[in-house]
Every structure is written in C-alpha cells, then in structure tokens.
Write a new protein. Structure first.
Length: 417
C-alpha cells in the first residue's frame, strides 16, 4: 500500500468536477474475488462477523473477475446513496452502514490527530456509491467478497484513510477481508471479543507461485437456495461435525496448507484443498435440516478430477466448491490445455449464446486413448455453461483510468443516467 500522504493527495486530486458550483471529490477502485482453500463457515459473533475458525484463500486475477466501485462526496448530495449493478439499493443495510461508519470513524480520528482541513470538509458531505461486477452475479460466483472489499477500499481512498482495512471489510462480509490482499491470504480468526485482531494477512504475494492456474466451471445460472450467512448460522446451531472441524481439523490443516504454499508443493496444496472443500460440504450435510450446494454436475466434476489424477498417478488437478455448484479447479500451467479438453468432452458446450471459454487464452490438446476412455462415458451436454480461465492476482487498486468511472458529473450512475 502507498504511504499516508500519497493516499491523501490521491483522494483529493481526483476531484472530477463541480456539481452545482460545489467541489465534488470522486475516486474509482477495483477489487478481486477470492476462493477459499481452507473454508470459513460459521460465526461466533454475528454482528462483528467473527469466525469460528481461521481460513485461507487465493485471490483471483482482476483481469477476469473484479468489482469496480466509484464513490463521490459533495455538499450538494442530500443523502448517502448506493447503486449496485445498475439498481439503487437501500443504504441502511446494517453491513453497509458498518463499513461507512467505520471508515468515517477512522477519518474523524485522523482529522482530530492531524487537523486536516480536507478531511474535515468531506466528513460533512454525503456520499454516492456505484458498484458493478464484470462477471454475472447470477453465475453464483462469490460477489459479496469483492463487493465489500471494493466498497471499503474505495471509501478509504475517498476519505484519505490508510492502514489496516481488512477489519472493516470483514464487517461487510467475512470472506471480503481476504479480498483486501493479493496472492495467498489468511484470515486469522483472532482472540479478542471486539474483533480488533480478526484480520486478513498476506501469506505470499501472487508472484510467489507463477505457474498456478485456476479454471472456474460455471455449472448453472440459478441463484443459490440457501445463502452463506443463513446457511452457516444453521450449521453452527446444529452440526457437531462443524465444531470438530473448527476446533481440531482446521488448526492442523492451516499449518500444512501454509507450508504447501511456501514450498509450492502442488500435491500437498491440491489434496488439502479438495479435502477441505469436501469437509465443508460434509458439514452442510451434517446441518439439520441439511444444506446441499453441490449438484450432479459438481459430483461429476469431482469424479473426473479424481479419475484424471489416478490416470497420471499424481495430483495434477484439485477442485474446490463454495456455497454453490460451480467448481474452481487449481492446476499448474502445463496441465491447462489438456484438462480443458477433458472438461469439453465431459460437458460438451451447448449453443446457448455464451462463449464457452472466457478469460486467459487456452491452447489445443489431443487426448490420449486412456483419457478418452475416462471421459467418453456419459457426456453431460450443457452441464458446464462456460469456463473462466484465470490465475492468482493482486489486491484492490485505485484506478487512474477515467473510463472506468461509474458516476457522472452530477454524481449519478452513468449507466442509469
Ligand atoms: C463458503 O463471507 O459470504 O464461501 O460473512 O455471512 O457474509 P458472511 O459469509 P460469506 O461466506 C463465505 C463462505 C464460503 C467459504 C469462504 O469463502 O471461506
């Protein structure tokens, strides 16, 4: 992150116009999606969003998946307002309010300590916030993590607030705290009741493991049935397996996972990733009434991954599933072309208007007879709607690109204007 003065000067140099003769300050930032390889599932404090176990994720590259947020402050605005993906939403939502309140509290603290005139002025203004994802929310990809990370990062830039921000992003959505950094990120659960030590920290930057690649197999466009927040609450109340997982399994697994990442040991990384995803879904089944996030496509993906690894006699690909049926598959770069071909054989594209392959370019590959026999049985046309090919990437960034700006000179959403 940049130093404090730099941020302040950025925040106030991004003055993008005069709204009814008054100065309007405006910034635009982007933030990434992350996928947990040691899952967060369960809170011990619902309001502060304090988890029952630590978790660890890989931040995905923003070239493929990102949220963009513009925030503007002006004396002319009569109320705080927010637009998400083209629709105005109620800004009184408690999680949005927590993030706004905490950023303003830090700004006030800064003003009191440093007597900064600019901060003083902006603290009296209302804000307009506009946010969009470059991926379909309906695809069921975790949008709240990128969304809240982007909101907090953008507001921090607008108010000239620096320092530890993952604690605030956490109060928007637990997994959002991990999207505040790039690469490999741990959310340390912390011990304090006030949550001050429940923070994200970077384990390694994205440059640490340059060969690591990620395929997202988008299985369905349906909206998920049970949201993470409600689902994990029922799990905490009813699943004995979840307690065992949080108390005994995760602490041990976390150490092994960090070591596998530091050593770039794909076998260890992949096996732990799959086992942790499986245990998370086992706790969902152990929840009463049970929660099912995986569908028949997810199950087929799991079996194809294991068959592929068995064929090679080594762990070359590894899956992970969050609260939905989409598969996230990790592998090293030399495996990508062939594994994409395997997926194409198992889930032949249907002409549904979508491009089947999105993201980084994929080369061609010819499947050996052995692999063909694995994938020939029971093809499921249309089971995978499309594939997004990406890799680990950096954390949130302040955009210098004016074309990304989402608010017009009046501080209203450009696409709705
Ligand atoms: C399965 O962060 O969406 O993706 O804190 O209630 O907003 P809230 O939940 P959320 O839960 C994410 C759950 C998960 C696992 C993970 O990302 O660690």
């Amino acid at each position: 992150m940049s130093n404090e003065n730099e941020t302040l000067s950025v925040a106030f140099s991004q003055v993008s116009g005069n709204f009814r003769g008054q100065e309007m300050k405006k910034v635009t930032c982007t933030a990434p999606v992350n996928i947990a390889v040691i899952k967060y599932w369960g809170k011990q404090n619902e309001e502060l969003i304090l988890p029952i176990n630590s978790s660890l994720s890989v931040t995905l590259h923003q070239d493929q998946l990102k949220t963009t947020t513009s925030a503007a402050a002006s004396r002319e605005f009569t109320e705080d307002r927010i637009w998400l993906n083209g629709k105005e939403e109620n800004i009184s939502h408690p999680r949005l309010q927590s993030c706004l309140r905490e950023i303003r509290r830090l700004a006030r603290k800064r003003r009191n300590e440093e007597g900064d005139e600019n901060v003083s002025r902006i603290l009296n203004d209302k804000v307009h916030i506009c946010s969009v994802n470059n991926f379909p929310t309906a695809a069921g990809l975790a949008s709240s993590a990128a969304g809240y990370a982007c909101l907090v990062y953008t507001l921090a830039k607008l108010y000239g607030v620096e320092g530890e921000l993952s604690e605030i992003a956490r109060q928007g959505s637990g997994s959002a705290c991990r999207s505040m950094y790039g690469g490999f990120v741990q959310w340390v659960m912390g011990e304090r009741d006030d949550g001050k030590d429940s923070l994200a920290k970077q384990v390694e930057p994205e440059s640490h493991w340059p060969e690591l690649r990620v395929l997202i197999l988008v299985a369905t466009a349906e909206k998920k049935h049970v949201g993470s927040t409600a689902g994990m609450q029922t799990s905490v109340e009813t699943s004995p397996l979840l307690k065992l997982r949080a108390d005994l399994v995760v602490p041990e697994r976390m150490e092994a996972m960090i070591e596998s990442i530091r050593k770039k040991d794909f076998k260890a990384f992949g096996e732990l990733t799959m086992k942790d995803s499986n245990q998370f879904h086992a706790t969902c089944l152990d929840t009463y009434p049970p929660i099912f996030y995986l569908n028949s496509v997810s199950q087929r993906v799991i079996s194809v991954v294991h068959q592929y690894n068995t064929y090679y006699g080594q762990t070359k690909v590894a899956y992970s599933f969050d609260a939905g049926p989409n598969a996230v598959i990790f592998m090293l770069e030399p495996t990508v072309n062939e594994f994409v071909e395997v997926v194409k054989h198992c889930f032949p594209p249907e002409s549904n208007g979508d491009t089947y392959l999105k993201g980084l370019p994929v080369g061609s590959a010819v499947l050996s007879e052995g692999l063909q026999s694995i994938v020939a049985s029971d093809p499921n046309p249309g089971g995978v709607r499309y594939i997004i090919y990406t890799k680990p990437g950096p954390g949130p960034t302040l955009s210098q690109d004016l074309t990304l700006d989402l608010l017009d000179a009046d501080g209203l959403p450009l696409q709705c204007a």
